[in-house]
Design a protein around this ligand. Structure first.
Ligand code: GLA
Length: 507
């Protein structure tokens, strides 16, 4: 379980570090000769962030022979590490991250460590006594009780989020032009309403403790007004810890104050990301900690969609709705790769009974159009998110979508499956390379997706008996070819390309 939790933390830490470009400098306490121990406490400083602050991290290492174990604690996250040292060369992995490559690789050169952290160069220098992360007072989590439902997200939220493509390179101008494109591309009219700013918008707190935006967002209220003037809604991001995953100031101890700030800016959606709360609380505090912000949002009186982002830890699906969460992540971060996309949607299968109007399981945001999956794979991505009633938050550049990306994101017949008011989450059945997902819909019809997991084209068969319909003699429609199709007796068969999908709606 510990391993599993760590693996869920993995992706936020790795993505954070990769994207924020933390240049870790590791200071080795003793002078290390070949064969000498790397055991000790190491200090790290990193790049200057968009709010003028400097990234920091502390690494504790234990060495046993050539094996290294320990923990890296950065401002925004903590992770157990393990690795090896061979002569002057060391390699470190995040425990449970399942990464094939080490995230920190370096060599000892003239008493300094020189190396790379996910593509960013780092130089190690000696630690000083002052190399500490800021100490945080422990705030006792509140007693549990139910926060009233905010009445929002009767169907899975739809919109756009900045993280998957832009990461820390997001600013006011990009959000405005994205909002324009949401309208001109037809995204808004198809239901994609929320325009969500993810991490790295944050500045520092003023003398009264009010959180300011950094220079990339000169006036958040004016931005919200602009987004609202387009018939869209604005989302923002914070963490229950002292720092976001990108190490920016977050809402720990400032929950009510930040909720009021967000409401005063006109924010309509909050993604609340565990991150550094994991450096303070154990997982048994997840629910009360999330309850705190749920309550604070409720107290503002403004309808604000509440998105819990804690990678599925602590069986969030069982209590997310009690803290007035409208959606909760069930997995680590998605990557724009077939394996990652499939792993995320399959990981949330056990949560199916907990999805429903007002509260949704979230296998993470869409990667459609970001360029690293095939068109067939993106169609499968969209089909599966619709079948499992996932939030549809596009993560691509809406301003420059290709015709194919547009056709996928704007497929109204598929969106209707996602937005079906019954709010059922499909579950899969595997038959060789074919995986069949069936979703019951409000009008008594059924959506069925057959995904070809294999490496070559294969025949997909849909049997009326799999659909729990007494007969499938009525209407059936292929939602990607946009054509009515005909069952032959109890069966409909079609050839599906590798990683492609057959998606039908059957009445
Ligand atoms: C975590 C989340 C991501 C994104 C980043 C931002 O990794 O899971 O979706 O919000 O943090 O730092």
């Amino acid at each position: 379980m510990i391993h599993e939790r760590n693996s869920k933390r993995m992706t936020y830490a790795s993505r954070l570090t990769m994207v924020a470009g933390l240049l870790i400098s590791l200071a080795l306490l003793p002078v290390v000769a070949a064969g000498q121990s790397l055991m000790g406490r190491w200090a790290a400083t990193g790049k200057t962030m968009d709010n003028g602050e400097v990234q920091k991290a502390i690494l504790n290492l234990t060495q046993n022979g050539n094996d290294l174990t320990g923990k890296l604690v950065a401002l925004g996250y903590g992770v157990d590490v393990k690795g090896t040292v061979t002569g002057n060369h060391f390699e470190l992995f995040g425990v449970g991250w399942n990464d094939k490559k080490p995230f920190l690789v370096g060599d000892l050169v003239n008493g300094e460590l020189h190396g790379m952290q996910w593509g960013d160069a780092f130089v190690a220098r000696p630690a000083t006594a002052g190399d500490e992360l800021p100490k945080q007072p422990y705030l006792e989590p509140p007693a549990l009780h139910t926060v009233p439902y905010n009445g929002l997200a009767k169907t899975p939220p739809m919109g756009w989020n900045s993280w998957n493509l832009f990461a820390e390179k997001i600013d006011d101008q990009t959000v405005r032009t994205m909002a324009d494109a949401m309208v001109s591309s037809g995204m808004r009219d198809a239901g994609y309403i929320y325009v969500n700013i993810d991490d790295t918008w944050e500045g520092v707190r003023d003398a009264q403790g009010n959180l300011q935006a950094n220079h990339k967002f000169p006036e958040m209220k004016a931005l919200a007004d602009y987004v609202h003037s387009k018939g869209l809604k604005l989302g923002i991001y914070s963490s229950p810890g002292p720092r976001t995953c990108g190490s920016y100031p977050a809402s720990y101890g400032h929950e009510a104050q930040d909720a009021n700030t967000f409401a005063s800016w006109g924010i309509d959606y909050l993604k609340y990301d565990w991150c550094s709360a994991g450096n303070i609380y154990k997982n048994d505090a997840l629910q009360p900690v999330y309850q705190k912000m749920g309550e604070a949002l409720h107290a503002t009186g403004r309808p604000i969609v509440y998105s819990l982002c804690e990678y599925g830890m602590g069986s969030v699906e069982k209590w997310g709705a009690d803290v007035s969460g409208n959606l909760w992540r069930t997995t680590g971060d998605i990557r724009d790769e077939w394996d990652s996309m499939m792993a995320n949607v399959e990981l949330q299968v056990p949560t199916a009974p907990y999805a429903g109007p007002g509260h949704w399981n979230d296998p993470d945001m869409l990667e459609i159009g970001n360029g690293h999956m095939s068109e067939d794979e993106y169609r499968t991505h969209m089909s599966l998110w619709a079948l499992v009633a996932a939030p549809l938050l596009a993560g691509n550049d809406i301003r420059s979508m290709s015709a194919s990306t547009k056709a996928i994101l704007l497929n109204k017949e598929v969106i209707a499956i996602d937005q079906d008011p019954l709010g059922k989450q499909a579950s899969p059945k595997k038959n060789g390379d074919m995986e069949t997902w069936v979703k019951r819909l409000a009008d008594g019809s059924v959506a069925v997706g057959v995904v070809n997991l294999g490496t070559s084209a294969a025949k997909a068969e849909v049997h009326a008996s799999d659909l729990h319909l007494s007969q499938a003699g009525g209407k059936a429609r292929d939602l990607w070819s946009h054509k009515d199709v005909q069952f032959k007796g109890e069966v409909y068969a079609a050839t599906v390309p590798s990683h492609g999908v057959l998606l039908l709606r059957v009445w």
